[in-house]
Design a binder for this molecule. Structure first.
Ligand code: 16G
Ligand code: ZN
Length: 499
């Protein structure tokens, strides 16, 4: 049932030269570059088969003839952990390269599939690179035809040293535990996993979408953010150093967390995401030579941790608006690149039309600038700009962490959160609570703000506010202070005051 027509079509474009015998030697195939077109095509096919055989693990292909003369070239395969191709497959490579006609070639491919019991429906992942030889681009094109004929997912790394290719083939992001809140985010995570698992293995948890009462119950982004602890269902799952994230019930909120060496829980909320993302975008813009060409701004709400606001406003313009995605989104539209996140994990990044056209037309003046620019353009494609999206935000975070080589710990240390507490208070009528200054101060009931100010003043680094909820019949009280007992004490005092 193996579909050979694509393979026949492509193979005919890369006929084997007659009177040549190839051999996969110690360093792969290596000979005059002018003889290698069919070999490269067939190596592409073999790399795809090898990856399928290994359940889609990434195979590396390096196009080089190392120390040999420039007119030579060669190709070798790199196994998933970055080591040399397994011995028995060297023989398969030799057989494949010496099949005289397309018909013979197809027969050898079929034999390999049968003998190796390859499930041809599996995805193949291949990463390729070449050295600076002038024959490189043409040979890589033949290689890519082989990968295309097999429907492999290929990542062309361009010109790289051989050891870097080995490293890239062998490096793997640690698996990411994804708390799906027993909701619809599981479907999205599962679907996305098929594309990203080979580079970012996702391990979905809390996936009981049909269990009554399970949705958001002791799990999910709101649970983690509000209780500031690990969902009980993940206690036996996470090990020290491991990173995880939680979606909410409709997968538009994202909260990260990890356990440190002492198994202590640390939360990375929407504010930490905003800091990571805004920094990275500013860094890319600068690197691309676009410093000063556009304004990168950050939008937060009153709930943003004071440390995050301090940290960000020392670097970028920061605005505080009323709670609710629509308010943040609107304000973010005022910047060339607007980064907005609520502390609860809702958020995204908006690129204005003029920023996008600057990115499209900007002429980088060095290869380094050109890399920064293409990374920034790629980010603008990765981000779901219509609305905050837990899955797109998760990929954004993972891309940045991978790029910077950060673990959760390094990300967390951008700044230290001030201890804080959020409580809800049931009142007779929440409609008498009115606010100003982006919900940071009360104008009604009369006199209450004055009394709150008197309390806040007693606490070191104190900040607090009271606002009526827009979604529940309660009033929310937020308090932060330099020391944990003070933050707790203050919110309790408030709680008593406003009842
Ligand atoms: C809604 C908002 C969210 C806000 C939350 C505040 C959207 C899509 N969602 O979930 O942004 O943080 O309400 O709730 O706008 P609250 O008014 O009850 O505190
Ligand atoms: Zn939601």
């Amino acid at each position: 049932s193996f579909p050979t027509s694509e393979l026949v079509k492509f193979s005919d474009l890369h006929p084997k030269p007659s009177n040549v015998t190839f051999s996969y030697g110690t360093a792969g195939f290596r000979t005059k570059a002018s003889l290698l077109d069919s070999v490269l095509f067939r190596v592409g096919v073999l790399a795809a088969l090898r990856s399928k055989r290994l359940d889609g693990k990434t195979i590396g292909v390096m196009v080089t003839a190392s120390h040999n003369p420039e007119a030579d070239n060669g190709v070798k395969l790199v196994d998933p952990r970055g080591e040399m191709l397994e011995n028995s497959w060297e023989t398969l490579a030799t057989n494949l390269s010496n099949a005289e006609t397309t018909g013979d070639f197809i027969q050898v491919v079929k034999n390999i599939i049968n003998h190796q019991k390859i499930d041809i429906s599996k995805t193949a992942n291949v990463i390729i690179a070449r050295d600076t030889r002038p024959s490189g681009p043409g040979l890589v094109a033949a290689l890519e035809d082989g990968l295309r004929a097999m429907g492999a997912v290929a990542r062309n790394e361009g010109v790289k040293t051989t050891p870097i290719l080995h490293y890239l083939a062998g490096k793997k992001a640690p698996p990411l535990v994804v708390d799906c809140a027993n909701g619809v985010g599981f479907f999205a995570a599962k679907a996305m996993g098929e594309y990203v698992n080979s580079v970012l293995p996702l391990i979905p948890h809390n996936i009981a979408i049909n269990a009554l009462g399970a949705l958001n119950n002791a799990c999910g982004a709101d649970y983690v953010k509000t209780s500031q602890r690990l969902p009980p269902s993940l206690v036996s799952v996470l090990h020290p150093g491991q990173r995880a994230c939680s979606f909410d019930g409709d997968a538009d909120r994202l909260i990260y967390f990890y356990l440190d060496d002492r198994s202590q829980f640390h939360m990375l909320d929407g504010d930490k995401i905003a800091a990571l993302v805004a920094n990275f975008i500013a860094e890319l813009a600068k690197g691309a030579g676009l410093d000063g060409k556009f304004e990168i701004g950050v939008v937060q709400t009153a709930y943003a941790n004071g440390s995050s606001t301090k940290y960000l406003s020392e670097r970028l313009p920061v605005q505080c608006v009323k709670t609710g995605v629509k308010n943040l989104h609107h304000a973010a539209e005022g910047y060339s690149i607007g980064v907005y996140f609520e502390a609860n994990g809702h958020g995204t990044v908006l690129f204005s039309p003029s920023a996008l056209s600057i990115l499209e037309t900007h002429q980088p003046s060095t290869p380094a600038q050109s890399t920064y620019l293409s990374n920034l353009i790629a980010l603008s494609d990765l981000i779901n700009q219509t609305v905050g999206d837990a899955l797109s935000d998760m990929l954004l975070v993972e891309v940045i962490l991978a790029h910077k080589g950060y673990s959760g710990l390094e990300w967390d240390s951008i700044y230290s959160d001030l201890p804080n507490r959020l409580v809800k208070v049931v009142v007779k009528d929440r409609n008498i609570f009115e606010t100003e200054d982006a919900e940071r101060r009360l104008t009604s009931p009369p006199g209450l703000q004055q009394r709150l100010d008197d309390i806040i003043r007693k606490y070191d680094g104190g900040r607090a506010f009271v606002r009526p909820s827009g979604t529940e019949d309660v009033v929310r009280v937020y308090a932060e202070a330099t020391l944990r007992p003070q933050a707790d004490g203050k919110s309790q005092t408030f709680d008593l005051e406003i009842m």
